[in-house]
Design a protein around this ligand. Structure first.
Ligand SMILES: [Zn+2]
Length: 468
């Protein structure tokens, strides 16, 4: 079995065959760093994270590049409003983004290139397009891509080139272009705006060109997978294909993957409409980062996802089930022969999980395979029909599959000393058969986010992952 993915451009589900055997090169359109990212952005990033984690779990080498757009109109306006440089503003929001990445346990991309650090690559690419007759200049020093020069334009979005952009609002500074469909590669200098002195003349890059320049810089002129939210298909990715392939004459990307919208209250989550929930604010409000990760990850990437408190609660409950089983397995001790039926159960769970992900990253089916295993394991633990070593085998499999999901508690989860003291006090109370004191300590711990349970194997604790 190999991983099969649905390519947006061809519309086909195809096996992934990396250009360089064993090494998958992936580019993801990252955030524009002028404010906090919302969970709709992160749904798209976490779907790429799932892909990257699964490829690595499968033993493939992955190079993952995600750009940071650190120059654009919104950043310039934001910096002027805040009375700071675009560099300071971008740095501030990049730090915030990386904190969100960390909190949501997203795999950090191998390269996070910034547009302002790749001006030379961008300039070189535009110069090539100009030399090949795909670009032209306007009076103000801007340079536009000529859509007429690229007949394949519109293939990704399945648009009729004649109909493109006709209804689109024309920016005040773009009246000079020959055709309403053409897009800016380079923006001529304007008073009060940052500008670079380059071989093209002074100015700054347009948005679309940065992704072509930076992906080719870090992954080569042709690479395997390009991901992004579905709202980037047109015009952003359509423009990326046109300007990249027009410059190199080579296919730009092997497989295009697009993540569907996140909705909240029945509407698409978008900064422009204000219908947003930000990662940092949710976490500050006490939402569990693992539950949030689970919600954003658990629905197939090409399906719309409705975010709600109910969905978050369900995610918290799912994680609680996993945590409970893990802590049960940790404490389980039964001196008996190994269960002869367990190896087949574990192998079946693994192959079910992998088969689901091989099918265009069908994560909901993969989770179903995982929770079938949880149910079966709970049954065997309750019946005391497995050995201590068997319990370890189940735990090892859960941790191994979690390399893909990233939702289990960290192996190194150690209780804070004051909480550990309460747990010890409760153990002492139970030894003394002081049930009232034991119950009181259990409630105290619950209020601090720790659940304790008593079993034949002694007292166990786990962190509560439901919404706080
Ligand atoms: Zn992009």
């Amino acid at each position: 079995m190999t991983l099969r993915l649905r390519d947006t451009l061809s519309g086909e589900v195809r096996p992934l065959e990396p250009l360089e055997p064993g090494h998958v090169r992936i580019y993801t359109c990252g955030p524009t760093v002028y404010g906090p990212a919302h969970i709709g952005n992160f749904r798209s990033f976490l779907f790429a994270d799932l892909l990257i984690r699964y490829l690595r779990y499968r033993g493939l080498r992955v190079t993952w590049v995600m750009n940071l757009t650190d120059i654009d109109d919104k950043i310039i306006r934001g910096a002027i409003a805040a009375g700071e440089s675009i560099e300071d503003l971008a740095n501030r929001w990049i730090a915030r983004f990386l904190a969100d990445v960390d909190a949501l346990r997203m795999t950090p991309p191998d390269v996070l290139p910034r547009a302002t650090r790749h001006i030379e690559d961008i300039v070189r690419l535009i110069a090539t397009l100009e030399a090949k007759g795909h670009a032209y200049r306007t009076e103000d020093g801007s340079i536009f891509f000529r859509i007429d020069s690229w007949p394949a334009y519109g293939r990704l979005a399945r648009l009729d080139p004649e109909q493109l952009r006709v209804g689109e609002r024309i920016e005040a500074d773009e009246y000079g272009k020959d055709d309403v469909r053409d897009f800016a590669l380079w923006k001529g200098p304007k008073p009060g705006e940052p500008s670079w002195e380059t071989d093209l003349g002074p100015g700054r890059p347009g948005w679309h060109i940065e992704c072509s320049a930076m992906s080719m810089r870090h992954l080569g002129e042709s690479f395997d997978i390009h991901t992004g939210g579905v709202d980037l298909v047109f015009p952003h990715h359509e423009d990326e294909i046109a300007q990249s392939e027009a410059a190199t004459g080579k296919p730009f990307v092997g497989t295009w993957l697009h993540c569907a919208h996140l909705r909240m209250g029945g509407e698409k989550m978008a900064k422009s409409t204000g219908n947003i929930a930000r990662v940092a604010e949710l976490l500050e409000a006490g939402v569990s980062p693992r539950a949030l990760r689970y919600v954003l990850l658990a629905v197939h990437y090409r399906q719309g996802l409705d975010y709600s408190e109910t969905a978050l609660d369900a995610a918290g409950a799912a994680i609680d089930r996993l945590d409970t089983l893990l802590s049960t397995l940790d404490g389980y001790a039964e001196a008996r022969d190994d269960d002869p039926t367990l190896p087949a159960l574990l192998a079946g769970a693994r192959s079910g999980f992998e088969a689901a992900l091989d099918d265009d990253l069908n994560v909901s089916a993969a989770l179903a395979a995982l929770f079938d295993l949880v149910r079966d394991a709970n049954r065997r633990v309750a019946a005391r029909s497995i050995s201590t070593a068997d319990a370890g085998r189940i735990r090892d499999l859960l941790h191994d599959l979690d390399r893909v999901l990233g939702i289990l508690p960290a192996d190194t989860d150690v209780l804070e000393p004051e909480l550990a003291a309460l747990i010890e006090a409760r153990a002492a109370a139970r030894t003394a058969r002081d049930w009232a004191r034991s119950d009181q300590l259990r409630d105290e711990l619950a209020a601090l986010g720790i659940a304790v349970e008593d079993s034949r194997d002694g007292q166990r604790w786990r962190r509560l992952e439901t919404v706080g």
